[in-house]
Design a protein around this ligand. Structure first.
Ligand code: HEC
Length: 197
């Protein structure tokens, strides 16, 4: 609180809030100059970037960064595709046993335990929707065909080594000729045969 006995400071303003009073000092010179400088800078900045349209604006810088990022991403995807394209089916017993176990657990509900096909296509014949190479199989298992009901097993959390194991296992089913295989997509009758009882 203001001490009524002390002489009043001529700079003291006459308002008070909760005992806090204000002195009407001049702003420090350095502060004022800094303030003027920011105004000058703003004028220069505005003219240079927005009126003259020179320099790299934030938007252009953002787009350039995004394009660089996209290039890195595309390079990674093509490296990944090349890496997948170079894989070969394993013939090791341990890997094939692991693949069989995975197949019977996760894949047989749709592809049948013998691979003959049910919801999913027959994996034992020479007809392939997504290509006959081993790597085509690996890519389908890895990426899935979600719109057709085939999951991306990588997204399901299957390890790359397990994907290769299960792909290697189904590779061994080729030509195994199981009974009553699912009808090929391109040979299925346009209208399903009607059954009368
Ligand atoms: C929910 C059912 C379902 C499950 C489970 C499933 N698939 Fe499939 N799979 C499909 C369908 C449907 C297709 C056909 C996709 C298409 O028409 O493009 C397919 C396609 C495939 C193909 C490509 C066939 C071709 O002709 O090119 C392979 C390989 C395959 N699945 C392997 C697997 C493996 C390995 C598993 C287990 C890890 C598995 N699938 C689990 C439904 C399933």
């Amino acid at each position: 609180m203001n001490d009524p006995k002390s002489p009043r400071d001529p700079l003291l303003l006459d308002h008070e809030a909760d005992g806090i009073q204000e002195l009407d000092n001049n702003l420090p010179r350095w502060w004022v100059w800094l303030f003027y400088l920011t105004i000058l800078f703003a004028a220069f900045y505005l003219t240079y970037y927005h009126v003259l349209g020179k320099g790299t604006s934030q938007l252009t810088a953002y787009r350039e960064e995004m394009a660089k990022g996209e290039a890195v991403k595309q390079a990674a995807i093509s490296r990944f595709d090349t890496a997948l394209g170079n894989v070969a089916p394993s013939t090791e017993t341990a890997t094939l046993d692991r693949g069989r176990e995975l197949f019977l657990t996760y894949c047989s509900p749709c592809h049948r335990p013998d691979g003959g096909g049910l919801v999913g296509p027959n994996l034992c014949d020479d007809y392939w929707i997504h290509g006959p190479q081993f790597s085509d199989n690996v890519k389908v298992i890895w990426n899935g065909v979600p719109e057709k009901g085939m999951l991306s097993w990588r997204e399901q959390g299957m390890k790359p080594s397990d994907i290769l194991a299960v792909a290697s296992y189904i590779y061994t089913l080729r030509g195994s000729n199981p009974p009553n295989p699912k009808i090929r997509e391109d040979q299925a009758p346009a209208v399903p045969a009607q059954v009368y009882e």
